[in-house]
Write a protein that binds this ligand. Structure first.
Ligand code: GLA
Length: 361
């Protein structure tokens, strides 16, 4: 396996905001917005085309080509453009007969599809789980594609998207099939759904690490359906979980508030820091919760999450964070404000459906 994800991958994907409604021009506009907004400089690197990019049938030679109405110049020209801007290109298929939207998929065509993607200059494959699976296990189907990708010689980040059905966490670390694996069904821009996906992460917390990240699905930050507070709470939590940060909003039209969330360097530094385990909750609350992640520098990051409607004062102690000492201070990740910790006690008022995000050392 190529060492492509020593820290959680960062990028952008078509699906959450656009579904199948994009063309080559759209992707180039998105790439431009990633650069001009500061997201590219903040670390968002992979620009990913999700479902609906290809023709509806393979050519006689078995090749699957891009829809010429969407990609009149082909995919290779787009990859060149992205590479010229310092970005990378992601593409999508499924470990079955068809994709979730009914396009031809790669099961049984692994070698020829991987070869095409490598020739076009693709840098990432998201591999879904729709279509007929034959009699193969999930691990067999994903291993077949991993082998095909390796055989091309091109380093291609492999993102497994079997929604947890294949229990990747039981085999992926040792078998080194993919760099990240979805362990949930699909996200939606809906607060209850974000919390549902969040609550599935502690079960795999001790299964993840470099080149083996759990993927609680993409960000809905900035999409209609989540408020700015809910958006920044999802972002804080995904950062503390060491989750891949794949933005899913229309970055061409995002507000300054949302851009500031997505490009917050302190938050991204927490996401990219690996100290042996991601954030886990101190308690299983239905109203307020504190999620704590150790930092490699010796401190901790904490997300003080208010799941409910009314605002609440959320408390945590240095002991809870696994820290000792009398000189501790908190840094508010959103604002950068530093405050001393008095008597080992931290208390923050958090609005409903929002999260305070602090680092402590
Ligand atoms: C599945 C995946 C999504 C997206 C769609 C595309 O639902 O889980 O992330 O890729 O397919 O059809």
């Amino acid at each position: 396996m190529h060492d492509l994800a020593p820290t959680p991958p960062m990028g952008w994907n078509t699906w959450n905001a656009l579904r199948g409604d994009y063309t080559d021009a759209t992707i180039r506009e998105i790439a431009g917005a990633l650069v001009s907004s500061g997201m590219a400089a903040a670390g968002y690197e992979y620009v990913c085309i999700d479902d609906c990019w290809s023709e509806m049938t393979r050519r006689d030679d078995g090749r699957l080509l891009p829809d010429p109405a969407k990609f009149p110049d082909g995919i290779a020209a787009l990859a060149d453009d992205l590479h010229g801007r310092g970005l990378k290109l992601g593409i999508y298929s499924s470990a079955g007969s068809v994709t979730c939207e009914g396009y031809p998929a790669a099961l049984g065509h692994e070698a020829i599809d991987a070869q095409s993607w490598a020739e076009w200059g693709v840098d990432l494959l998201k591999y879904d789980n729709c279509g007929d699976h034959g009699d193969l296990t999930c691990q067999q189907r994903y291993e077949a594609m991993a082998a095909a990708l390796i055989a091309t010689g091109r380093p291609i980040l492999f993102s497994l998207c079997d929604w947890g059905e294949g229990r990747d966490w039981e085999w992926n670390g040792e078998a080194q099939v993919g760099h990240m694996w979805r362990n949930t069904y699909d996200v939606r821009p809906d607060w209850a759904k974000v919390l549902e996906l969040l609550d599935q992460q502690p079960a795999v917390a001790d299964r993840i690490g470099p080149n083996n990240w759990a993927d609680p699905d993409m960000l809905e930050v900035g999409n209609p359906g989540l408020t700015v507070r809910e958006s920044r709470a999802q972002f804080a939590l995904w950062c503390a979980l060491n989750a891949p940060l794949i933005a899913g909003n229309d970055v061409r039209t995002m507000t300054d508030d949302i851009r500031d969330v997505l490009t917050n360097a302190r938050a991204i530094a927490v996401n990219q820091d690996w100290a042996g385990r991601p954030a886990t909750p101190l308690t299983t609350g239905t109203t307020t919760q504190v999620w704590v992640k150790p930092m490699s520098g010796g401190g901790a990051a904490a997300v003080l999450l208010n799941r409910a409607d009314p605002s609440a004062v959320i408390e945590v102690t240095l002991d809870d964070l696994g820290l000792t000492g009398t000189e501790a201070a908190t840094t508010d990740v959103w604002t950068g404000e530093v405050s001393p910790v008095i008597d080992g006690q931290i208390a923050v008022e958090v609005a409903g459906h929002d999260a305070a995000f602090i680092t402590v050392r």
